[in-house]
Ligand binder design. Sequence first.
Ligand SMILES: Cc1cc2nc3c(=O)[nH]c(=O)nc-3n(C[C@H](O)[C@H](O)[C@H](O)COP(=O)(O)O)c2cc1C
Length: 414
Amino acid sequence: MNVSPTQENLAKGATAVPPPATVNRPENAVPRNLRRYLSLEDFEPAAKRVLPRMLYGYISGGAETDASVRDNKQAYQEYGLVPRVLMDVSGRDTSTTLLGKRYAAPFGIPPLGSAALCAYRGDIVLTRAAAAMSVPMILSAASLIKLEDVKRENPDAWYQAYLAGDDVRVEAMVDRVAAAGYDTFVVTADVPVPPNRENNIRNGFQVPLAITPQVAWDVATHPRWLFGNFVRTVMNHGMPHFENMDAAQGPPVLSKELMRNIGKRDQLAWKHVELIRRRWKGKLIVKGLLAPEDARTARECGADGVIVSNHGGRQLDGAVSALRTLPEIAAQANGMTVIVDGGIRRGTDILKALALGADFVFIGRPFLYAAVVGGEAGVTRALTLLRAEIDRDMALLGIRTLDEITSDMVHSIR
Ligand SMILES: Cc1cc2nc3c(=O)[nH]c(=O)nc-3n(C[C@H](O)[C@H](O)[C@H](O)COP(=O)(O)O)c2cc1C
């Protein structure tokens, strides 16, 4: 009998994923206003028109010279794909297993702080679209909707922490996330101090927001965002707060108290990862490392996985693209899950990352832009486009399942 890859996966006991029909969704099933978006990159110019300048700058920008933002995309251009032909690629399956769960595609949505300031109910629309497509979504510590509420919308959501090097606060946060029923805890490791994002300073953007004449003008000249998001949020849900930074509620986004509670972040160390490992029963991921030595230490501390990342180029300017150290990290993973992010925009980028040793990837900015222009339907459109790209690219590469990707399918073209 000719068993399709999907049937094989189900036979192995994995949970079902949406049928491939969603990949080739007819165009007329897509809301008319979203049909013009044909790739992930198409959402950015449309979101730029909606967002106040300070928020567009906050999402798109990196630190200092944006060297790492540029390198994140450049790194993928330095590899080409080497397809195999006449392989009978019918019955393809884009699904994959990550940390014991079967997902519909090898990509997910990473933590995106202040998402609900950018798009109406941003964290909710991102998480609902991810749940419907059966891909993972990570809720940011810097989010504005209670992690308990997000969990109700998506029982599969992960939580990402920004932690201070303070045992008492670390333990209280871990306990809150566990009590809410999350099963994957991500510690972001690359933020010992706030980054130097000059574009935010030039645009008058600070968190919590302060209403200066520059900010007032910026907001007033973007009425779709002002009324469609900010005023609507305040009327329906009250002034948003940083809900998930600590065990207790943080300050409101609009605040005279201009400093968030970020003290002691520069004291965070591997001993805190060990502390979390002892207390947290679920999966533990360390996000934001680039050095193979750090990946090894994460494994020794008991992490189930790492997200190799330079934070979308938003922390240390000049930090190498994650793709550049990925092969070395993957080679010595010894069973630990290796995820990569930064600059990935196409199905072909994802296949390159998998061929270079990644188990999975995350993609940030485009999904937030999609939420800005189209809410949940916009994010669904973006997720569906990307999954369709992967399905098509797998056929053109000559594979039926993602397990068939090998390192000889990429070639350095530098
Ligand atoms: C607007 C924005 C907010 C972000 N907030 C967080 C955050 O709260 N926590 C975190 O670990 N990473 C955060 N990141 C980094 C992303 O999780 C991810 O590493 C990055 O966006 C990947 O790069 P890409 O946008 O080029 O795909 C943020 C990125 C953006 C663009």
